[in-house]
Design a protein around this ligand. Sequence first.
Ligand code: NAD
Length: 473
Amino acid sequence: MSNNAPYSFFKSVEKSFDKASKFTNWENGLLEQIKACNSVYSMRFPVKMDDGRIEVIEAYRVQHSQHKSPCKGGIRFSEEVNQDEVMALASLMTYKCAIVNVPFGGGKGGIKINPREHSTYELEKITRRYTAELVKKNFIGPGIDVPAPDYGTGEREMAWIVDTYASLKPGEIDAAGCVTGKPITQGGVRGRKEATGLGVFFGIREVCNMKEEMEKRGLTVGVAGKTVVVQGLGNVGYHSAKFFREHGSKVIAIAEFEGAIFNAEGLNEEEVFQHRKKTGSILNFPGATNITKSTDALELACDILIPAALENVINGENAPRVQAKIIGEAANGPLTPEADDIFAAKGTLVVPDMYLNAGGVTVSYFEWLKNLSHVRYGRMEKRFTENLNTHILSQIEELTGKTVSAAERGFIMHGPEEVDLVHSGLEETMITATREIMQIWKDNPSIPDMRTAAYVCAINKVGTSYAELGIFP
Ligand code: NAD
């Protein structure tokens, strides 16, 4: 929401919550507590800019819920940042973490700046001062509140945060766990970059493996052979496209803001990415047809549509023309509530953002666990597993008198690296979450869509948590 927007983003989250809470049995008071933002820290601090001018920076950190500790959620650098938006995003984090069984409460932070208008040195000063303000008020720490990257921030900012935190808390052995999304050398985890796109793929693949859901929409089971359209070739869109292609789907169109391209035989995201890097545009990709009006790609006949760019791109106006049978919300909020109603009536399966793009926070959880355990994933078991597998294989070969191929040998003997364990933990997380939400929907057919079922799932988990904790004192 921009500051001038006539509606409140937080209120719209509350509206979706209220719609779903009707399908739960919690008393009103408890529902009110789940919805409420527990702690809102609004701050102003001065930073001296490169030209000697002092600028007063507006920033926020919101802890929506401490039903589990720590709180978790990204920090956004944007001119659009405002308290209402940070509160809404923090509450969505509570629900997202609950659905994917990541034991954190929801949090979110924001600094109201345009990062492109500041030098690297100014950004570093702003980030470090913001971190110091969080430390002063006890709003950051491995057991309190753990930020992560979001719009306008990345590894670099996370490295500044951990460094500032560690210097203000000398000797705190778990200091690296105060923030996630760090560079590997500063305690980051392998597999973070592709996590959201891979999570999107795992979630959609699980839905495509549900025979009943596919039959309802006249589709075959599995992702292989399915046609996919992806909007946005950024981090999430690129990796979603990559994993669909690697598992036998055909990515027939990719849309960017300058236009879209189509090839019925399928596109290779890396080749398209290199072409765009070289020519400055996705258009005129060899072998593909140009679609000059980018949003037309959303209306192509396809099995799966993955909006992975912006919010509100599918609305009451274009939703009736969208032909996809399954829509995977990789971006945050790509569909408006009007679009939701249209798709529910059409029988289009909308797999909601709230859990489908939870790969980032899931892998952040793995990073935090790694920081607390002070050991790289795979370090303890990799060699042991390889030795054991080698032994088992040689025994089988000896007993059968046959030898396996070199490729099979490599696969069987391979002991897990950090990235293997992170991917497998993410796969397990997304499969379980998809099944849980689908089961809730199946158990109560009056739930109108998968988004509402996801909210019901979140409300029940957070509700159980609060109910078991009791109200203090
Ligand atoms: P990104 O900036 O890497 O990529 C976004 C891409 O969308 C860019 O390539 C941009 O050029 C393109 N784009 C912009 N306007 C467009 C338009 N009008 N039509 C088509 N393409 C357009 O961002 P990202 O990290 O990939 O995030 C994409 C979405 O996914 C956002 O909604 C974000 O909030 C959400 N998300 C990201 C993560 C993550 O881990 N990165 C996690 C959860 C949710």
